[in-house]
Design a protein around this ligand. Structure first.
Ligand SMILES: [Zn+2]
Length: 91
């Protein structure tokens, strides 16, 4: 994960580039509020640090795989199932 842009307005966010996607080989970008990226860099576990980033985009930050590519590879049902499992893991 590499910061490619910093945006100050209307909110202070960083745009990070994610790894090449396993499925389509393209990199992607995800927007992260500055405070949340700071917390992540302090070693806070990603699901607690990036609280406002949706789970599918947190997954993209970790693995590089785009949410739409998960759906293409696995189908919508298993994508939702994976999200459900991630949710359970967090408890
Ligand atoms: Zn992709």
């Amino acid at each position: 994960m590499k910061v490619i842009e910093e945006v100050y307005s209307p909110k202070h966010i960083y745009i990070v580039e994610t790894k090449p996607c396993f499925h389509c080989k393209e990199v992607g970008t995800v927007e992260i509020p500055s405070q949340e990226l700071f917390n992540l860099n302090q070693g806070v576990n990603i699901q607690y640090a990036l609280v406002s980033v949706p789970k599918d985009l947190r997954e993209q930050i970790i693995s590089g795989t785009h949410p739409t590519c998960w759906i293409e590879m696995l189908g919508v049902e298993s994508f939702i199932e994976d999200l459900y499992n991630l949710e359970n893991d967090e408890e």
